[in-house]
Every structure is written in C-alpha cells, then in structure tokens.
Design a protein around this ligand. Sequence first.
Ligand SMILES: [Mg+2]
Ligand SMILES: [Zn+2]
Length: 207
Amino acid sequence: MENQKILHLTNNLNSQSKIPAVFIDKDGTLIEDVPYNVDPQLMRLTTGAIEGLQLLSKAGYKLIIITNQSGVARGYFPESSLVAVEARLSEVLAEGNLLLDGFYYCPHHPNGVVSEYAIDCDCRKPKPGLILRAVVEHNIDLQNSWLIGDSLSDVEAGKLAGCKTILIAHDHKPNLQMSHLQIPHHIASTLSRAAQIILYDEHNFQI
Ligand SMILES: [Mg+2]
Ligand SMILES: [Zn+2]
C-alpha cells in the first residue's frame, strides 16, 4: 500500500480510538478543601463523588485529576508529598471499583519561595497546560470531554483547552466582572449532579 494511504488509515484509526475524559479538580470538587493539605489521613471525598465518578466511568469517560499545588512553590511541602496524595486518591477510588486514569498537578507559583518552582508556568490553572498534556498522553477526545471544578479558574482552564465545563457551586452569583471564559456551561451542587448533567447532555440520559 502507498505510504499516503497507510498514513490516512492510521490517522483514521487514531481518531477513532480517542477516548473522552472528565478532567476533575481535586480540592473542593473531588475531596473537601483543606488548604495545602498533603496528609492522606485528612482527605475526605465530597458528597456524591464516588456515585458521580461511577456514572462517568460506566459511560466510558477517563477520569483525570487536574490540580494546582502551589504549596510546593510556596515551600509548604516537597513535591514528593504528592506521591502519597495520588496513592490515597487511587485507593479510595479503587474502593468504589474506579480507576484513576491520570493525576496532573502544577507545583509552580510566580511568587513562590522555592526558586525552581517560582515561575510563571503554562500549567497553573486558569492556564490549560495540564489538560493539554493529559490530552496528548492519554489520546483524549477533547471535543467530547468535560472539566468539573469549583472555581472560576477551573472553568477558564477547561474552556481554554476546548472542553465543556461544569462549576460546582451552591450559591454562585454571576457578576459583570466575569470574563466569558469564566462562565461555565452548567452549574451543579455536587459531582454526582455534574455527572448526571454530562450524561443527559451527551447521551440523552434521563435525570
Ligand atoms: Mg478547587
Ligand atoms: Zn505549573
């Protein structure tokens, strides 16, 4: 077969094998927000987290965590502490028969005190760098992917990357200072509700 044809077939195969993902913020979305915590014992899942992730996993979405961890740059904990954080998250998800497909963190902050991390990087949300790295490394179908987070910088990162977004919020009040990149596609009170919205939106699943 001619090389051109082979290339064409390979490209088709690649696009067919792309898998949609849900990119999930960690603190305040998947687990309760304990600022700068890296102690696995203090990590508590949010209400509805496992139920929501089970719905998404069954529907075929990869589950990928995207988290800012500027505590590294601020000198609050070493980057190596995040190994135990990821391990604990994998463990609690496994208890719900769930596989954590990816754990991406940004250790940077421009005003950090640890010089190697004190940079203006391209991966701290609202920048989309972590999401885009996950897309390449996991062959993600970005157009059919979603981001779920509890802050406007999560929403902005998701929209900049090119996926749909859900803001986890209880009393969200839009204001005129918000840029269009900070306006989520949907708002939900829990991860479980967010999962239902995704299934309804993409698969006409009845809520
Ligand atoms: Mg958060
Ligand atoms: Zn970064």
